[in-house]
Design a protein around this ligand. Structure first.
Ligand code: G4P
Length: 284
C-alpha cells in the first residue's frame, strides 16, 4: 500500500488517531526493524502521550539481529516495551498478547486489589504505511468480531476483534505519515520499499544505498556482483552493470537498467539481512 500524503490527509489521520486513542488502554506501534527511526511518525509521541505502548519492530527477518537487539534496548522505557517480530512467521498472537498484558499488569493488579474484575485490555495498531499493520491484525485477530457500535465514541464502522479473553483490538489500524521533511529519511523509506519509486529519483536512492553497502558490507557487494570495490560510484555501477551483463547497443553498459536492477536486488534481499539505520548513528 502506498499513499501520497497531503495536508488534508494528515489532519484527517491525526483526528482519527485521536478518536481511536480515546477508546483504547494502550497502543501497538509498528515500525520497520530495518529503519526503526525513519519509519516512525513524527507526531506519535505527542499523540500517544503516556499511554502504555508496545513498539513492534517488524520484518526482523530482513534486519541484522544484533542491530535489532540494540534498537530494542534504545527504544525501551518506562511506558514502552519493544519487541522484534517476523510477522509472517512468528507466533505474533502470543508475542503481542503476552507483552500487552505485561504492560497492563500493574493497572490490572490494582483493579483486582480493589475488588474489581478487570475487563479485557483494549488496544489499537498504528504506524506508517507498509510496516505490516494489516498483516499483523489478520494474524492475531480471531475470526469472531464483536460489533460494539453502541459504546460511546464508537462509530458504526468500528469493530473490536477479540485476540483472546484478555485482549480486544480495534479492527482498523491508525495509518500515519512518515517524516518527510528530512530527505535522508525519504531515501531510507525508498530503499526499504515503503514509499514508491516515483517520489524520489531512483538514481539518488541507489547511490545512497551503494554508499551504505560500501561502508558496512563491501564484501557482500563484492560477492553478489563479482566486482572490486572502487571509490568512484558511477564507475562502480558501470562495473556492476557489466558483470550483470546489462548491456545495450555497442556493448555499452545500460546504466539505467543497472540502477533499476540494483534496487530490485536490494529489495529482494540479495545482500542478506541489513539494517539501514544504525543505533550508533541516530539520536532518537
Ligand atoms: P500495512 O498494513 O502497514 O500497510 O502493511 P501490510 O500489512 O500490507 O504489509 C506490507 C508488506 O510487508 C506485505 O508484503 C507484507 O507481507 C510484508 N510484511 C509484513 N510484515 C512482515 C515481516 O515481518 N517480514 C516480512 N518479510 N514481510 C512482512 P506484500 O503484500 O508483498 O507487499 P509489498 O512487499 O509488495 O509491499
Amino acid at each position: 500500500l502506498n499513499i501520497q500524503w497531503f495536508p488534508g490527509h494528515m489532519t484527517k489521520a491525526k483526528r482519527e488517531m485521536q478518536s481511536m486513542l480515546s477508546m483504547v488502554d494502550m497502543v501497538i506501534e509498528l515500525r520497520d526493524a530495518r529503519v526503526p527511526n525513519a519509519s516512525k511518525n513524527p507526531l506519535i509521541d505527542e499523540l500517544v502521550g503516556q499511554k502504555p505502548r508496545l513498539i513492534v519492530l517488524t520484518k526482523i527477518d530482513k534486519a541484522e539481529d544484533e542491530e535489532t537487539k540494540r534498537w530494542i534496548q534504545l527504544l525501551s522505557n518506562e511506558y514502552t516495551v519493544v519487541v522484534g517480530v517476523d510477522v509472517l512467521h512468528d507466533n505474533v498472537k502470543k508475542i503481542i498478547s503476552e507483552n500487552a498484558l505485561f504492560l497492563m499488569k500493574e493497572k490490572r493488579e490494582r483493579q483486582i486489589k480493589k475488588g474489581m474484575n478487570p475487563r479485557a485490555v483494549r488496544c489499537m495498531v498504528c504506524g506508517i504505511p507498509n510496516v505490516g499493520k494489516s498483516t499483523l491484525i489478520n494474524q492475531i485477530a480471531a475470526k469472531k468480531t464483536l460489533v460494539t457500535g453502541d459504546r460511546p465514541g464508537v462509530t458504526k464502522n468500528t469493530r473490536w476483534v477479540k485476540v483472546n479473553k484478555d485482549i480486544e483490538l480495534l479492527d482498523t489500524p491508525g495509518v500515519l505519515w512518515p517524516k518527510f521533511e528530512d530527505e535522508q529519511i525519504g531515501i531510507l523509506l525508498a530503499i526499504t520499499g515503503a514509499i514508491r519509486d516515483q517520489v524520489l529519483p531512483l538514481e539518488e536512492v541507489a547511490y545512497a544505498a551503494l554508499k551504505y553497502l560500501k561502508a558496512y558490507f563491501p564484501e557482500r557487494l563484492q560477492e553478489a556482483y563479482g566486482v572490486t570495490i572502487i571509490e568512484n560510484n558511477y564507475k562502480l555501477f558501470l562495473e556492476i552493470g557489466r558483470n550483470r551483463n546489462l548491456l545495450q547497443k555497442g556493448n555499452e553498459v545500460d546504466y539505467n537498467r543497472t540502477i533499476e536492477t540494483f534496487m530490485k536486488d536490494i529489495r529482494a534481499n540479495r545482500f542478506g539481512k541489513i539494517t539501514w539505520e544504525r543505533t550508533d548513528a541516530v539520536h532518537e
